[in-house]
Design a protein around this ligand. Sequence first.
Ligand SMILES: C[S+](C)CC[C@H](N)C(=O)O
Ligand SMILES: N[C@@H](CCS)C(=O)O
Ligand SMILES: [Zn+2]
Length: 331
Amino acid sequence: MVGMEKKASSSSSLDDLIEKAGGCAVIDGGFATRLETHGAEINDPLWSALCLIKQPHLIKMVHLEYLEAGADVLVTSSYQATIPGFISKGLSIEEGESLLDKSVKLAVEARDKFWDAIKKVPGHSYNRALVAASIGSYGAYLADGSEYSGNYGPAVNLQKLKEFHRHRLQVLVEAGPDLLAFETIPNKLEAQACVELLEEENINIPSWICFSSVDGENAPSGESFNECLEIINKSNKVHAVGINCAPPQFIESLISKFKELSEKAIVIYPNSGEVWDGRAKKWLPSKCFGDDKFELFATRWRDLGAKLIGGCCRTTPSTIRAISKVLKESS
Ligand SMILES: C[S+](C)CC[C@H](N)C(=O)O
Ligand SMILES: N[C@@H](CCS)C(=O)O
Ligand SMILES: [Zn+2]
């Protein structure tokens, strides 16, 4: 147990979903990398957010695929969607705001469409999914791979990070998601910026903060998770903490570590094990885990205490189908 810990209020929509899902809810899988398999062009500084401008129908299609596969939570297409990013494409602030709003609306529309159809099917085993607005790290916006290094340079201080996140956070919250998902946070300073913003903006939507990790032990910056979680534990605006887009082989020990360091729910959605080359902008062949492995991992991670489990880059709807099936069978 950790001192000074503020537990988030217990009757949130997230807690309800976890309970309905039998103690462990399923998050969707890699979003941008799935868009790519449908032919989306995302080799761009905006990465998957380019689709919000050019191919929004693909975004909805991927959301529907993950719902059909059994996801209880959809993460929106806003990971690398930012107002400055859209401005650099020649769009206005208003157009950028409208694209952020659209990222939430597309997921909500997919969720409602799927739920309206499936709830009429007798004996179905789906839950009404929640929509989590993705808030990618500053490193994601930089598009230089720094969400895996945490190295933002000396000019990037707390103020700058809060400035970067504030407007997007306000617009996403206004769009009405069920949850907020801070993703691939690589260092302590950015975790602090997120926590302070949730307080300052008085956000009452349940949120999770997920870190990436490249050594399986620490945040990518080299700072210990002990230091990072200390800040998060003090806030009752954060409902869950965890890891996304790190390789699956790191997850088991990180769940144990997070359990020791925090009382918050633990959220886990690793990538396939392949490694992102931020310069070449491609996935390097590496130890890649298939759906059968994810099936085994998912029960182990659930038994170790994870409350939300899904996949990140290069995992697919079939990965999520495998996770959902095994968790439902054994809950
Ligand atoms: C999670 S990484 C694969 C996302 C893409 C990165 N921010 C880039 O733009 O290169
Ligand atoms: N939600 C994002 C995270 C990228 S690391 C995606 O799945 O594309
Ligand atoms: Zn990822």
